[in-house]
Design a protein around this ligand. Sequence first.
Ligand code: DLL
Length: 440
Amino acid sequence: MPDFKVENRILDEEETMPRAQMRALQLKRLQEVVARVANVPFYKAAFAREGITPEKIKSLDDLRRLPFTTKDDLRQNYPLGFLAVPRKEIARIHGSSGTTGKLTLVAYTREDRETWANLCARFLVGGGLKPEHLVHIAFGYGIFTGGFGLHYGVERVGAAVLPLASGNTARQIMLLQDLAPDVLVCTPSYALNIADYARNNGVEPSTFPLKYGHFGAEPWTEEMRLKIESELGITAFNNYGLSEVIGPGVSGECALQNGMHVQEDHFIVECLDPVTLEPVEDFAYGELVFTTLTKQAMPLLRYRTRDIAALDPRPCGCGRTTTRMSRVKGRSDDMLIIRGVNVFPSQIEEALLQVEGATPHYLIEVDRPGTLDQIAVKVEVLPGIFSDKMSDMQRLRDAIDRRIQAITGIHVKVELVAPQTIERSMGKAKRVVDNRNLNG
Ligand code: DLL
């Protein structure tokens, strides 16, 4: 474990605002955003159908009268049908990384870009970033929001950036050694890949002078955090965001690492039952739905993320008063329903990290040979353990099966594979191959 403590620092007063004041600010901004989108064709039609006018938004409860927006709505209005400003005011265009289907684009004005940099700066500062630090960014730079979002956040704090982008892992390792950055920024799976690659090439990853890391853009578990922390000798923070809402900077952990603070002066978050679309209780899992309050170029009302998480409204020990969101358990469209049981890839990861000899490098394959779903999990084993001795391998397979069954309630077929045989991702890891033809 790291031998230093992360200082608790807070960038903006909005982060510690009394709740009543925050609610008043949200209401004012909600009224403004409803007025701003009233001429966006999608919302104009929805408002006309429902009889909504900006004047009818009198309290935060009126949020529930507003229409939802889905990824499909964005796709149907491709490329920029949701633009709420004249095209000449666009200062940047990004998009979703396209993990699920066609690309969706998002636009920013100059003001949006400033807001975004500040939101990323907030969680970076919450995780101890200071102007004297050097930050190694191994997120993709391009249409994906990860690289540029974090880049400008780091610069906003006044720290130095090493904009390596993803890929060329050997070079990442060389510069981790030669330049001794303080902070690593990438996906959690890539952080682990860097550690593995280093070890396989004779470099002990915990000797990198890194102090901490900010990881996000894909679901990961608490077990994975512990693994990354011990492998790299750092404190690992979680941060969350999605391009449609702004990119990274929607929420992030503070020094206490106990849930991600939602930046509620810029976004209203709801946690809803994905079927009934009614709010779930505090601390219960549901689908997160965000309304952007300050975005100018492409504000969205009640955007359905498909991300399953829980909300904790209690003030945090760090002094922030903003609602915290849990880790994302998975996306509702990643959720596998196996013989009626809901299974998230993150549950498989949790199980694997609890079994000695297994690694969190895995691939879930789903098939439906007849009418029943079958799930097989390919797992890489640790180098020393991969042996020809059938009985040892059988024992490990059984242990993994038992652990997965204890966590998910279902039996899976476990296939042990040699180290380094499952394809590594430089960005978001691909965890599931679904061979069922569910539409056919
Ligand atoms: O992944 C934005 C981002 C970049 C966030 C860098 C954090 C760091 P998209 O490519 O649009 O945007 O993908 C958004 O990624 O709906 C979640 O399903 C997932 N995701 C993002 N952060 C986390 C996280 C960026 N910390 C989608 N934990 C979201 C779990 C995450 N899932």
